[in-house]
Design a protein around this ligand. Structure first.
Ligand SMILES: *Cc1c(COP(=O)(O)O)cnc(C)c1O
Length: 419
């Protein structure tokens, strides 16, 4: 429906523009076909396989698809040049109001938000420092404190500013870790372990006058997480835009204290002599991110959860005759991807195929389906999976795809059961 509106809007705009140029009706119609808003399918043209995403918001699987209202906003934004800094500023102010925080900026993803947050803390907006990082950090605060169990692959985004990590385990370690070189602390929100809780983490850092960053990249829903962490006192909060919020995959949010977001902005594109220059955010990304936030705020946690449970239920119903198979729905007990997932456990002595092989089989089929990577693995990511469990991530499925996934699973499991 939103698509129809966009199409009419586009055709209306295009025809009046063409008429203004004095072009005949026929030529207008020809131009419309070539530059139809639907456009040419470049996945087909390039021979790239379109997949059914029964995994989740995984970066390598292009994470999510933008809802129609977001796609339409991006397509409209693509039609007009603007002054990029004016757009950045207006988007930031709008997002800060919607998300109940002092300031906000659209970044090129959560990893970019982590780098820019660190750059803000290290440079504190000093022109010389902005120029000097990451190679010359002499005289700059360049230590970042983190819990040992919160060290992860995204540390790299923080090290990009020439920082080094100081690891702590206990609260006493933490109290003693602050020096005159401490720039910032980092909290990995979806960590499965760690002795120090969020409130203590923030309280101790603030007693030392040090800003706290929290990486909550994949941690919506619940929708309220978009303001929970700034309200808890975290000075900077990073979110991925292309995961649960379903914005452009290369967009993200950095939310937080006004002075720090301003310093982060100075370290970002379009400034050229800055660590963030390679993290350029386009007008399409900025508008797409804002539209995705609008879309996400219009949803409800309860309705989303109910819909994901219905999808899980529809798939499970198709598999009820598979011998030994038990279906259950589980929500990860960590902050990330906290939505219903379908877990299918069966006896591999009776249904003679390992979950990993089912995953490969569905990937090879047409249409190609990706199951959740926890399939066949021992518990992880907050899910109680094991070597006999298939994990179906239902939240990124498009309407109707649940039954396609169910049909393929049924086919493969029935064959292995010798039915
Ligand atoms: C996905 C993720 C990121 C990176 O997010 P992008 O938007 O892809 O840059 C950072 N941290 C965590 C914990 C993530 O899950």
């Amino acid at each position: 429906m939103a698509g129809d509106r966009t199409r009419r809007g586009f055709l209306g705009w295009a025809s009046s523009a063409m008429a203004g140029l004095g072009l005949a009706e026929g030529r207008v119609r020809a131009a419309d076909t070539r530059h139809a808003p639907g456009g040419e399918d470049y996945y087909d043209k390039l021979g790239v396989t379109k997949i059914i995403n029964a995994a989740g918001t995984y970066t390598a699987l292009s994470a999510s698809t933008m809802p129609p209202s977001v796609q339409a906003a991006v397509a409209l934004a693509a039609k007009h040049p603007v002054r990029l800094q004016e757009l950045h500023k207006a988007a930031g102010e709008y997002l800060a109001r919607q998300l109940k925080c002092e300031a906000a900026m659209v970044t090129a993803g959560a990893a970019s938000a982590l780098t820019l947050a660190t750059a803000a803390a290290v440079t504190q907006g000093s022109r010389t420092a902005i120029h000097d990082i990451p190679t010359d950090v002499t005289g700059l605060k360049n230590e970042v404190i983190a819990q040992k169990s919160h060290r992860y692959e995204y540390d790299h985004a923080i090290r990009n500013c020439g920082t080094r990590f100081v690891e702590v385990v206990t609260l006493a370690d933490y109290e003693g870790a602050f020096t005159e070189r401490t720039a910032m602390t980092n909290f990995f929100n979806a960590a499965e372990q760690g002795e120090i809780g969020r409130e203590d983490w923030v309280r101790v850092a603030h007693r030392h006058g040090v800003p706290c960053l929290i990486d909550a990249a994949a941690d919506v829903p619940p929708i309220s997480n978009l303001w929970n962490y700034t309200q808890m006192g975290f000075d900077m909060v990073a979110f991925s835009g292309g995961k649960g919020m379903r914005g452009p995959q290369n967009a993200g949010l950095l939310l937080g204290r006004k002075d720090l977001i301003a310093a982060a902005t100075q370290n970002n594109s379009p400034n050229s002599d800055a660590v963030g220059r390679g993290m350029k955010v386009s007008k399409e990304q900025i508008v797409g991110m804002v539209a995705a936030v609008d879309w996400f705020l219009s949803q409800s946690d309860a309705a989303m959860e109910a819909e994901f449970r219905r999808r899980a239920g529809r798939i499970a119903a198709q598999l009820k005759n598979i011998p030994t198979l038990e279906a259950r729905v589980a929500i990860p007990n960590v902050a990330a991807n906290a939505v219903p997932h379908l877990l299918l456990r069966y006896d591999t002595e009776r249904v003679k195929i390992r979950p990993g092989e089912v995953m490969a089989e569905l990937r090879r089929g047409t249409p190609s389906i990706e199951l959740n990577p926890q399939t066949g693995k021992k518990a992880g990511g907050g899910l109680p999976s094991d070597e006999n469990t298939i994990v179906v991530g239902v939240w990124m499925l498009e309407p109707g795809e649940d039954l396609i996934v169910a049909g393929r699973l049924k086919e493969v499991l029935e064959k292995a059961a010798g039915a």
